[in-house]
Ligand binder design. Structure first.
Ligand code: HEC
Length: 394
């Protein structure tokens, strides 16, 4: 566990060095990304190439030297073999071209890596505590705080669940009784039960922490995001589904799964997928979803079975996780565009808020239900000086 306390303004003068984050670190990804010209091509690059790993010095300037055009071409070919549109993990768009990508990168990245890293200081008085995960190779994907204040975490690469006790800094593990369980998203219900999406096994699992009992349900698709509605139905989406793109729910009382086909994204070329991303149930019961590559949001009314779809105003903006305000107005972070979209379901119109800092890479936002203020974290890591932003509408 690493606790970083940031001093009050009075104490800062004498001990400034100790309050800085980033000193001695390598240059952040934003220093490399800022060399690429803004526009559609860059937004598409961010979507295709920064979802798994950063675009940092290790990627762009191995051992401090620029990667050659051939080197880039070879690397992109390799990435397409892992995650191209026709692989089982198709997160890279179908039109990603190794030769064109290599030419574009070498034309703009330059001969020498960027110099000094950005050094930042959090607000005085803040205490930041980092808890070291016991298994370095794990990918802690989603987390949620339970009723006792423990943090429940999905271990995507260790195939198990982790429970962090913030008081002691200890991690306990909870094994999932399934080979290669691949847990990703999580929701905790009012009774304290965990609902866990298992990606590769295409299952929705329920865990009762009191009885220590797991129950598995087949959902027939690689699920990505999860949320329980007011009637107790557990909604999920199919991350790689296309033609038809699918969402569905499990009825816990019956254990049966129902699925619904989202209207096809018109502008996608054959082979590409919309990459359904977030899924949230609005206060009025409408199920809203985002499409990371399809660049749309959709709203599904379970009472009428009707879908409505809306294309975001910025092409290839990369909408990720959304939130609602008390009136059910949606806020959508445009990950690749450095903007926030505000969508009013009454008027069905978008407003776009450009952010003051470039390279913000917003993944996740939260709306303060009491004030209606929108809070967001700039998620370039490492990147621009980390910032939290509040947006208050007139
Ligand atoms: C599905 C996850 C994923 C995506 C998406 C992805 N990568 Fe990678 N990338 C990896 C992994 C895993 C490695 C390490 C293994 C390797 O080098 O083959 C890696 C390594 C690399 C390397 C280092 C290779 C070397 O030889 O040192 C480069 C360069 C790279 N990626 C570029 C890209 C680019 C450009 C894109 C977008 C077209 C991209 N990556 C998209 C997973 C991904």
């Amino acid at each position: 566990m690493r606790v970083l306390s940031f001093l009050s303004p009075l104490a800062v003068a004498g001990a400034a060095a100790a309050t800085l984050l980033g000193a001695g670190d390598p240059p952040p990804s934003s220093a490399f990304l800022s060399r690429l010209p803004d526009g559609v091509e860059k937004r598409k690059f961010i979507l295709d190439c920064t979802g798994c790993h950063q675009f940092d010095g290790r990627t762009a300037f191995p051992e401090g030297k620029p990667r050659t055009r051939e080197g880039w071409e070879e690397a992109v070919h390799r990435m397409l073999r892992y995650a191209g549109a026709s692989t089982p993990f198709p997160v890279i768009a179908a039109d990603r071209d190794p030769a064109k990508t290599a030419a574009w990168l070498t034309a703009h990245l330059g001969e020498a890596p960027p110099a000094a890293p950005t050094v930042t200081s959090p607000p005085p008085g803040a205490v930041i505590t980092e808890f070291d995960h016991p298994v370095a190779r794990d990918l802690p994907h989603d987390l949620m705080v339970d009723r006792e204040g423990r943090v429940v975490i999905t271990g995507m690469f260790t195939d198990r669940m982790w429970i962090l006790d913030p008081a002691t800094g200890r991690f306990a593990e909870e094994r999932i009784p399934l080979e290669r369980a691949n847990p990703r998203a999580l929701d905790i219900d009012p009774e304290g039960g965990w609902w866990v999406l298992l990606g590769a096994p295409k299952k929705l699992a329920h865990f009762d922490p009191r009885a220590r009992e797991w129950k598995m349900h087949d959902v027939g698709m690689y699920p990505h995001s999860i949320q329980r509605d007011a009637r107790g139905r557990i909604w999920f989406n199919g991350h790689f589904t296309k033609e038809p793109e699918l969402i569905g729910y499990l009825g816990p009382a019956t254990g049966s799964v129902r699925t619904f086909s989202v209207p096809n994204t018109p502008e996608l070329r054959a082979g590409a997928g919309p990459i359904p991303y977030d899924l949230r149930v609005a206060p009025d019961g409408t199920v809203w979803g985002t499409e990371l590559h399809g660049n749309r949001i959709f709203g599904f009314d379970p009472r009428t079975g009707r879908f409505r779809t809306f294309t975001l105003p910025t092409p290839h903006s990369g909408p990720r996780r959304v939130d609602f305000d008390a009136r059910g107005v949606l806020w959508i972070p445009e990950y690749a565009a450095g903007k926030l979209a505000h969508f009013d379901p009454k008027t069905e119109r978008f407003e776009v808020y450009p952010l003051p800092t470039r390279g913000a890479l917003i993944r996740h936002i939260d709306v303060d239900a009491r004030t209606g203020d929108l809070w967001a974290a700039y998620g370039a890591s490492p990147g621009i000086p980390p910032k939290i932003v509040r947006i208050r509408r007139r």
